[in-house]
Design a protein around this ligand. Structure first.
Ligand SMILES: [Zn+2]
Length: 184
């Protein structure tokens, strides 16, 4: 998550720099774009009684979709503002690249054309995973490396909720900054 924030700052700053539209709001929007895909974790948690488990990676099936969310979302936003569309596209794609390299069991890079998952995480014996069934088999056999203490209940939930709280605060601050700058 902290890497995503840093990457978002860089993307916002770089686009500001190259388009001559140096603005705090653009940088804030960069951070927002690199964090926003993980909001699907909230949706997933709500559906799963707020319990983290072996299959927590499945939250990625909701928003972690580069073609519709990254490219499609960017194109939609570009109709309103091309530069914001570009930042959205770069930010969300950077998040998906990060998640391909780190944590979980892959990203559906070509959804909805092809529904397989692609991953470069070192602990995965496979680089591409056919479908959710195969993903579950891998998670059962090889565990959940990034959720090592998922079965330790309370302590893990505190750790997780703290991260979620930080993410929430960062998102709220940046949304406020962004909205304020729109009217400024
Ligand atoms: Zn993610």
């Amino acid at each position: 998550m902290y890497i995503d924030i840093a990457v978002g700052l860089v993307i916002g700053f770089a686009v500001s720099f190259f388009t001559g539209e140096a603005s705090l709001s653009l940088i804030a929007f960069g951070v927002f774009a690199t964090l926003v895909p993980d909001l699907d974790f909230l949706v997933w948690l709500a559906r799963n009684k707020w319990q983290i488990g072996r299959f927590s990676h499945e939250h990625r099936d909701i928003f972690h979709l580069p073609l519709p969310v990254g490219i499609g979302g960017g194109a939609l936003i570009a109709f309103l503002d091309p530069i914001l569309g570009l930042v959205w596209c770069l930010g969300t794609l950077a998040h998906f690249v990060h998640d391909t390299l780190d944590g979980g069991w892959g990203i559906q890079w070509f959804f909805p054309v092809y529904r397989g998952y692609f991953t470069l995480v070192p602990y995965s014996p496979k680089r591409y995973i056919r479908d959710r069934e195969e993903q579950r088999e891998l998670a059962i056999i090889h565990g959940t490396p990034h959720w090592t203490d998922w079965n330790h209940g309370a302590s893990w939930n505190v750790k997780f909720l703290t991260q979620l709280g930080v993410l929430g605060i960062v998102l709220i601050v940046f949304v406020i900054l962004f909205l304020v700058s729109l009217w400024a």
